[in-house]
Ligand binder design. Structure first.
Ligand code: FAD
Length: 611
């Protein structure tokens, strides 16, 4: 754009221009230098992860684990679980929680995954500080990352310049951040792979960097709008093609910002999605036509965007899903038996239903769902989709309709893209104990993780001696369809003790079958079917749950000698509402440093159903 009030964008004095170019490069060198340092710091984790043989980036039609007594009968589909188990609710199998009577070798040759802590033991107290929540949803570490990013951009803005008088610096800073913003938005993120984080975990940096870039673009534009309006030459200047494209670029950026706020993402996800898509498509040509010098940045973004799309095509499959309704949970269960492996527990796929029965434009929508089964399980890939809004509501209704009309299960053609995200480099099987705390539909994360860990336990590929799955639900009735599956999982646990504790938070207003069978009162935890499967009213006491897991992990160290199975930490997995995550993270933070040290560190993986 023009630096004066009367004509087109005259080039800034060449000295200034070169300085702006140099500062922009410095800014990116700082940013990518920091990213490089983080990648280096996390390198041991990558090596440990690769040695654990956990990664499978593409969905496959063949099973990874051959059927064995341990996983051959395993099923994550509540419907299959019901039919495959002859349940006697009065039966109570006695299985004491003993965690130090079984040991497995950790000497070379053992198949147990190596345990590589995410942070050296000495830095563990620092980790505790960095993970403390400062504002809802953000840890001190996340805030520190955003603040450092801000400082680097402020350096770029003020280094021998003033954003209110220097009209080009803010523009260059704005555009120079676009490749980073695009790299952070990729679903098959290469940057994320190098860093060891899924795109959904990095999304907060994408949003923040995007906003700063748009702010800088607006500062640049306001300068000219003010100047030309004051001089009465706005129309004359904006009619020039390069300036008109500058205005289009500004509008595209502002469109991206306005409709990506939390309000739109929560209330009208489709509005957010389509404005983002249109905004991004307009952005590239507008930038190139505004100033040809911006082309390298625009082409870098197009390259990243195209690569992501290409990788996503390779990660896509079209399959037929068996659909069943789970009315007690207001969910639809989709089972895709032809997709057998290629994911890790906790990863999600993006689901598109290729059917006109999902509404006129239903097939155009893609929604993320965490895979509820472990790779290699009998049912293949299982998704549990809870009614949350229009699209999921239509799916749940359709599942009920198919259930009532079709003999057996209904079938739908689906487009599955993934897997994405998940616990990245955190290998749960390399810890001594694991606690999985999930709320509502977060049970999908809990189920797949437990199932995968039990299969690894069976194949002697796990160090875990104790797993507790804690599920918080509003209503105990939600538990009924999963009781057979829970029981089956507990019965399949071999050298690892599996405990499943369900908590319901609403007062009982109706009769619940689970209670009837065990003849219990809703005042104290009751064991259902098995002593390791309990149902309790109220909210869980996370502190005591974590303490028990720590004690169980420490119990492992009682074995000595060549076969010593060293304590390798406590893994905590969380999936559920933000408030649940905050409470658990706080309780983890309350574990004192000495205990953390003794147990070999406590690491948390948090999964949220949104961004
Ligand atoms: C990584 C991840 C894993 C998930 N796993 C599960 C699961 O296993 N089981 C389950 O029942 N639900 C899961 N969800 C939530 C599920 O994706 C949403 O409930 C569903 O997309 C809602 O769509 P809707 O049109 O019915 O509701 P809407 O009313 O449109 O939206 C309800 C909420 O879902 C969000 N949402 C809507 N569409 C999308 C989308 N395409 N991408 C991301 N968020 C969206 C909205 O922001 C809003 O907060 C997961 C979400 C994420 C991000």
């Amino acid at each position: 754009m023009a630096p004066n009030g009367t004509n087109t964008a005259a080039p800034a004095a060449s000295g200034d221009h070169m300085l702006t170019g140099a500062v922009t490069i410095q800014v990116n060198v700082f940013i990518f230098g920091l990213i490089g340092l983080i990648i280096l710091f996390r390198l041991p984790g990558l090596i440990g992860f690769l040695r654990s043989n956990s990664g499978r980036p593409f969905l496959q039609t063949f099973g990874r684990n051959p059927p064995t007594p341990g996983n051959g009968g395993m099923t994550s589909n509540p419907v299959s679980a019901v039919s495959s188990l002859d349940l006697d609710y009065s039966q109570k199998t006695e299985k004491k929680i003993v965690v130090h009577d079984v040991h497995r070798p950790s000497y070379p040759g053992s198949q147990c995954p190596p345990h590589v802590p995410s942070t050296p033991k000495l830095l563990d107290p620092l980790l505790k500080l960095l993970h403390a929540r400062v504002v809802p949803g953000y840890s001190a570490l996340q805030i520190a990352i955003l603040m450092n990013y801000t400082y680097i951009l402020l350096y770029g803005a003020f280094r021998t310049s003033n954003p209110f008088t220097d009209n080009t610096r803010s523009a260059w800073l704005s555009v120079s951040q676009l490749p980073l913003i695009f790299a952070l938005a990729q679903k098959s993120s290469i940057l994320g792979t190098l860093l060891g984080y899924g795109y959904e975990t990095l999304n907060y940096v994408h949003r923040y960097a995007g906003r700063l870039s748009i702010l800088a673009g607006n500062i640049h534009s306001i300068y000219y709008i003010y100047k030309w309006t004051n001089a009465g030459t706005f129309i004359a200047n904006i009619s020039r093609p390069e300036n008109a494209w500058g205005l289009v670029l500004l509008l595209a950026m502002d469109l991206l910002y306005v409709f990506s706020t939390e309000f739109w993402r929560r209330k009208a996800y489709n509005v957010f999605f389509w404005t983002h898509t249109i905004g991004v498509i307009v952005l590239f040509p507008a930038a190139c036509l505004h100033r040809p010098a911006l082309q390298p940045y625009a082409f870098a973004c197009v390259g990243l965007y195209g690569l992501d799309r290409l990788l996503r095509v390779f990660k896509s499959s079209i399959a037929t899903a068996k659909v069943t309704a789970l009315p007690e949970m207001d969910m639809a269960c989709l089972e895709i038996p032809t997709i057998k492996s290629g994911w890790r527990a906790g990863q999600h796929v993006r689901l598109r239903i290729l059917s006109g029965r999902m509404g006129l434009f239903g097939w155009t929508e893609t929604h993320p769902f965490t895979i509820a089964s472990a790779a290699g399980a009998n049912d293949g890939l299982v998704l549990l989709c809870k009614r949350a809004g229009d699209w999921t509501g239509r799916l749940v209704d359709l599942s009920k309709e198919l259930d009532s009309k079709v003999e057996g299960q209904g079938r739908l053609k689906v487009w599955i893209e993934g897997p994405f995200g998940g616990p990245s480099r955190m290998v749960f099987a390399s810890f001594s104990a694991a606690v999985l705390i999930v709320g509502g539909s977060g049970i999908t994360f809990g189920l797949s993780t437990v199932e995968e860990l039990l299969a690894k336990d069976h194949n002697n590929q796990s160090r875990l001696k104790y797993i507790e799955l804690v599920w918080v639900v509003p209503n105990p009735g939600s538990m009924s369809p999963l009781v057979p599956l829970f029981t089956s999982l507990i019965q399949q646990s071999e050298s690892t003790v599996l405990k499943i504790s369900v908590y319901y938070t609403r007062a009982l207003t109706e009769r619940v079958p689970v209670f009837e069978k065990v003849n219990a009162t809703p005042c104290t935890p009751v064991a259902i079917v098995h002593p390791n499967l309990t149902l309790s009213p109220g909210r869980p006491n996370f502190k005591s749950i974590l303490n028990k897991a720590v004690d169980s992990a420490l119990g492992v160290s009682t074995v000595t000698g060549k076969d010593a199975f060293w304590v390798s930490g406590l893994a905590v997995g969380i999936c559920g509402p933000l408030s649940l995550g905050e409470q658990v993270v706080k309780s983890v933070g309350d574990i004192d440093s000495a205990t953390r040290y003794r147990v070999g560190g406590v690491e948390v993986h948090e999964e949220t159903f949104g961004w």
